[in-house]
Design a protein. Structure first.
Length: 332
């Protein structure tokens, strides 16, 4: 590694030659300053620094200290980029309003990028405060349902949702089947007063909120990070999302106010059918658990029960038996 040639790279990167030089300095304690000319990135990043008692020698920064320093610098760069994104968003929203044609609603951008949980929650709260008719929501599995953050967020959501219901509004929410017995979800509908309805499906899309069929909120990037969202006010796009929600709603199984258990077919439950569908698509246990909002151990228990019901002796045979059983031919 120490003999690796220096390569051209960014100012904040460490090439193999620089890594090798730093590694040798850690082993030997110090290096001659002239040797760093072959890999200046090690010095530029602060991994090698002049010795106190000999300015012609370089000493290595301890790896733990170096790591924390570089992580801090990386975090600062990310923060700068986030501020730049927010500045660009605000600047160009104003410019887009200036360039809007006569058919656009004055002062109302049709698409906004929201960055940061506070900004996203603030926009949703404002939309709910201005709304009075209907809220449509798709709520995917939540991996921190029992955390303090989840309880705090739930309390805030309960207040604004109850205020919306008190104004005569209606709330419809679709969850995956796995959320039917989550205490935080059950408690929500035990406490809300008004026209709040909930249904469940085997699997749902990422989170979506639509208020009064006029404004929609969806994840703002393909990874679905919770701190980036899109606020959509384009009538055609919002109408498309409403139609998609209505289709899912008709397929979903009622959970509140009346409770209907997802039907079983030949001893195979709705949850097991969802798992079977993902199994034949070739997904791993971990992916299946994540998609359906359960832990891996629970997913494997359901897979074992499914195998026992169908009489499978192996994973390969299970896929074949699922196809032969016809359990995936049924649509709820």
């Amino acid at each position: 590694m120490t003999g690796a040639p220096h390569t051209e790279h960014g100012a904040d990167e460490l090439c193999p030659a620089g890594t090798g030089l730093y590694e040798r300095a850690l082993r030997e304690g110090r290096l001659n300053a002239d040797e760093a000319r072959t890999a200046p990135c090690a010095v530029d990043l602060g991994l090698l620094r002049p010795a106190v008692d000999d300015l012609d020698a370089l000493e290595p920064l301890p790896p733990a200290v170096a790591l924390q320093r570089l992580l801090r610098l990386s975090g600062e760069r990310i923060a700068v980029e986030r501020r730049r994104e927010e500045w660009l968003t605000e600047t160009f929203h104003a410019l887009m309003r200036t360039g809007d044609g006569p058919d656009e609603v004055a002062g109302t951008p049709t698409l906004s990028l929201l960055s940061g949980l506070d900004r996203i929650n603030g926009a949703i709260a404002q939309a709910l405060a201005e709304g009075s008719s209907e809220v449509l929501c798709i709520q995917p599995p939540n991996n921190y349902q029992t955390s303090e953050y989840a309880r705090t967020a739930q309390a805030a959501a309960m207040v604004r949702d109850q205020q919306f219901l008190d104004r005569g509004g209606k709330i419809r929410v679709i969850y995956p089947h796995t959320q039917r017995h989550i205490p935080l979800v059950v408690a929500r509908y035990e406490q809300l007063r008004g026209d709040a309805q909930a249904r469940t499906l085997d699997e749902v899309t990422r989170r979506m909120i639509i208020v009064d069929r006029a404004v929609a909120f969806i994840p703002g990037d393909k990874e679905g990070h919770s701190d980036i969202a899109l606020e959509i006010r384009h009538p055609a796009v919002v109408d498309y999302l409403v139609n998609m929600f209505d289709r899912f709603w008709r397929l979903a199984t009622p959970m509140h106010p009346q409770t209907v258990q997802p039907p079983s077919l030949g001893g195979v439950t709705a949850r097991q059918r969802a798992i079977a569908r993902l199994l034949v698509e070739g997904h791993t246990d971990a992916v299946i658990a994540d998609r359906l909002g359960m832990n891996v151990r629970t997913a494997r228990v359901h897979i074992a029960k499914l195998a026992a019901t169908l009489g499978s002796q192996s994973r390969a045979q299970l896929g074949y038996l699922i196809g032969q059983s016809g359990i995936l031919d049924r649509t709820e």
